[in-house]
Design a protein around this ligand. Structure first.
Ligand SMILES: Cc1ncc(C[n+]2csc(CCOP(=O)(O)OP(=O)(O)O)c2C)c(N)n1
Length: 196
């Protein structure tokens, strides 16, 4: 848990705030389940990728996009349980230092979608401390909505990599993403300009 307890935010609310700050066709990769459901509900964009099925892959996929398209900012939205599946990705990012990568972790301290089993962050794990320990210097907790917007705006304007963690409530996602992986992939590839 973070030392100075941040305000408990709402995933859909801060997802909408993040999307509203996107002005340059930034790519956004939503992680499994709730994270991409709320990204879907926040408004479809051709530069959004809705990752279905695999925990922990939003950040590695976003890293690949960031390396392939270094002029485009790339944002990964990931759940706490999913990040815990793939913590090593943080050390890879700290090593490669992609300037255009922004990671946002939605920490509800549970594997919510599979029955709200507690994750390690319900106990003593602190994601910002983990990210800093991995070597990502620009790592912060969002203290409230304004602080979240400030951190995202700074991450979009300045060189990264940047890691932002938000403590969120247990409200379910407000929509469900269309489950057609091939269609989602094709739309995204067109959105990134790599497919006609
Ligand atoms: C590799 C893998 N293991 C387990 C699952 C089953 N599963 C799907 S979502 C999920 C929980 C995700 O937790 P979190 O990332 O914290 O997101 P939340 O549901 O809390 O929004 C689990 C265990 C899976 N899809 N893939």
């Amino acid at each position: 848990m973070p030392p100075n307890e941040p305000k408990i935010l709402n995933r859909f609310d801060i997802t909408k705030r993040l999307v509203a700050l996107l002005k340059h066709d930034e790519a956004v990769v939503g992680g499994i389940g709730n994270t991409n459901f709320d990204l879907w509900a926040a408004g479809r964009r051709p530069q959004n990728f809705y990752m279905l099925g695999s925990m922990g892959l939003a950040i590695p996929i976003a890293l690949g996009i960031a390396l392939a398209q270094p002029k485009r900012k790339v944002v990964a939205l990931e759940g706490d349980g999913s990040l815990l599946m793939q913590l090593g990705a943080l050390t890879t990012i700290a090593t490669l230092k992609p300037k255009n990568l922004v990671i946002v972790v939605m920490d509800n301290r549970t594997y919510q979608i599979t029955g709200s089993q507690p994750t390690a962050s319900a106990f003593d794990a602190d994601f910002v401390a983990l990210a800093r320990g991995a070597g990502i210097q620009q790592s912060d907790w969002a203290l409230d909505e304004a602080s979240f917007e400030q951190l995202v705006a700074r991450a979009l304007a300045q060189d990264g990599p940047t890691f932002i963690a938000a403590h969120i409530d247990d409200k379910p996602a407000v929509a469900t993403t269309e489950r057609d992986p091939a269609l989602l992939r094709d739309r995204f590839m067109r959105g990134l300009g790599v497919r006609e």
